[in-house]
Design a protein around this ligand. Sequence first.
Ligand code: CP3
Length: 360
Amino acid sequence: MTRPKNDTFLRALLREPVDYTPVWLMRQAGRYLPEYCETRRRAGSFLDLCKNPSLACEVTLQPLARYELDAAILFSDILTVPDAMGLGLYFAEGEGPKFERPLREEWEIRALAAPDPYDHLRYVMDAVTEIRRALDNSVPLIGFSGSPFTLACYMIEGGASDDFRRVKTMLYDRPDLLHHILDVTSQSVIRYLNAQIESGVQAVMIFDTWGGALSHRAYREFSLAYLARIVAGLTREHDGNIVPSIVFTKGGGQWLEDIAAIGCDGVGLDWTSSLAESRRRVADRVALQGNLDPIALFAKPEVVAAEARRVLDDFHAAGPGGGHVFNLGHGISQFTPPEHVTALVNAVHEHSRKLRGRPA
Ligand code: CP3
């Protein structure tokens, strides 16, 4: 049984007592850090960086060298899974991710198969092993995957989309085909996350970035049902420790109770929800992760600190106690001034220590 020296993040997710609120940031390793840009240049491209375990390890550790973060997150991308399914991921300069072979024909969809994570995604498992060794049990390592629906959006659209016309047309016209894609993708995600756990990640997060674009009925049928299947298929314990799971549907605040009921340990919230209200809605069923507006980081450092305190106060307003992991409501912007993150992390640690023991 090897719990990290700083296990505050794991304790908060399991709603065990903590001395302060742990903090990490979605996309904490990324382009806002000059050292990241330097390593990416050395790697050649973003994808080369993801596929090189030593360099992926290097960038995973960069934000931890600068800030007192309470967790590391594996450096990779959610789209490595469809890439391993044969769709051909590439990044066009300034256009974001794209697939050479998006799913268009029924025969292509019927031919989809779940990849062996130890074969096609070996580089991810090697990165996990290397990062765990480098972390030397200082803080926990988070593994992750995209949700089946979010992955299907990219696989069907072939890249980013502002209206999800192709995936939603399939949803209405050929729900059987979309269910088939989601079914194979769910099996892929379960195997992929369990391989990450086996390789050493100590918590997992599922990013459902586009679930919030669905109608309320479609969300349950095409996203939540598959999130539930994944959570049920995850390895619960590894190396004598529980491996907690976090589910994050961006724009999914209205479905909080439903998400909390699928068996995950934590639910991620974007900045449109109140943490106090959310906490009252889920009672003690799950921990909550979030939810500062990432753009607040562009304000002056004193304002960043004040906004961080407001997020902590919001959580505390529903009563004392833990079960909160501080994070942004979505990924950090590439234009964020790095020194503003110092103000954020310090404010979270200082203010949450003060709130402990103070009546709500
Ligand atoms: O949090 C971390 O530090 C871990 C690394 C991580 C990346 N992507 C690195 C990345 C994680 C957890 C992701 C998840 C991811 N990737 C999501 C879900 C979370 C979210 O933000 O909603 C999605 C939708 C993707 C797909 C993706 N990858 C997009 C849309 C883009 C382009 C947009 C952008 O920010 O450039 C990427 C590229 C990407 N993934 C970068 C990084 C650091 C930037 C690539 C670069 O260095 O040029």
